[in-house]
Design a protein around this ligand. Structure first.
Ligand code: IPE
Ligand code: IPE
Ligand code: MG
Length: 246
């Protein structure tokens, strides 16, 4: 098999990759197994992709782990997902530290079950000094929620008189988003063949390159990530200009 890593142009590695990890359920079903088994198997991909991303110099990796809409799933699956979160973070803290991974989270975290919330906070606290790569987990995340929250924050400042509405520009708005300080993702990957955004990072992906792969998340690993990055590196990012201007 071709050594995909050696084909990656180091200067053109995205600083930030966002991934919609999809297809755990179908992956399990295909094998005659319960959906939750698919979620368990997906943890291995998280580990492998995080390590591979760090290895080639990606600075931020944002993973969509649980959307606000996912609360509508069968209660047993929601409970299993929340349990898996606690179990995974507890089990991974040591390795995260060993590999220089800083954990962060975006989303309405206050609505997570207590145990999940507390473990998440412990993980964030225990890894806060790591700087090789930042792993951002989107949990109980909804982009519309994030944008509304930012709007509310700015409206309150305006009402208090510390912000003039005419001065609200992109920078001001971004300062009220949960991703403040993190560069926008250059590349957004979605696995499992679905070609939708599902309420993920709507503001931040305004100019991201989108990459859709039919591979189910539990089968998405190191090589699949490198393949996505190579595909990204082959694209021309024009930002409104013509090809000749670049
Ligand atoms: C993604 O896999 C994981 C979460 C949304 C938590 P799914 O559970 O959505 O898998 P499919 O789409 O049903 O196959
Ligand atoms: C999106 O996947 C959310 C996560 C990956 C956590 P879903 O499988 O929930 O998305 P839809 O509902 O099919 O769009
Ligand atoms: Mg899905």
């Amino acid at each position: 098999m071709a050594d995909l890593k050696s084909l990656i142009i180091p200067d053109k590695v995205p600083q930030h990759i966002a991934i919609i990890m999809d297809g755990n359920g179908r992956w399990a079903k295909e094998k005659g197994m319960p959906r939750v088994w698919g979620h368990r198997s997906g943890v291995k991909s998280v580990r492998e992709v995080t390590e591979a991303a760090a290895e080639i110099g990606v600075r931020y990796l944002t993973l969509y782990a649980f959307s606000t809409e996912n609360w509508s799933r069968p209660p047993a699956e929601v409970t299993a997902l929340m349990g898996l979160l606690v179990e995974t973070i507890r089990g991974e803290i040591k390795d995260l530290n060993k590999n220089g991974v800083r954990l962060m989270a975006i989303g309405d975290l206050s609505a997570l079950p207590k145990a999940s919330y507390n473990t998440l906070m412990d993980g964030i606290e225990a890894t806060r000094n790591n700087s090789r790569v930042t792993l951002v987990l989107a949990l109980n995340y909804s982009a519309k929620w994030e944008i509304l929250r930012a709007t509310r924050i700015l409206a309150e400042k305006a009402q208090q008189g510390s912000l003039h509405p005419a001065n609200i520009d992109e920078q001001t708005f971004e300062s009220a988003l949960s991703t403040y300080g993190i560069p926008d993702p250059e590349l957004l990957i979605r696995t499992s063949g679905e070609t939708r955004i599902s309420n993920f990072l709507l503001w931040q992906i305004a100019y991201a390159e989108l990459y859709f792969t039919p591979v189910f998340w539990p089968d998405f690993g190191r090589e699949a990530l490198f393949e996505a990055i190579l595909n990204y590196q082959g694209r021309e990012r024009r930002f409104g200009k013509t090809s000749e201007q670049l």
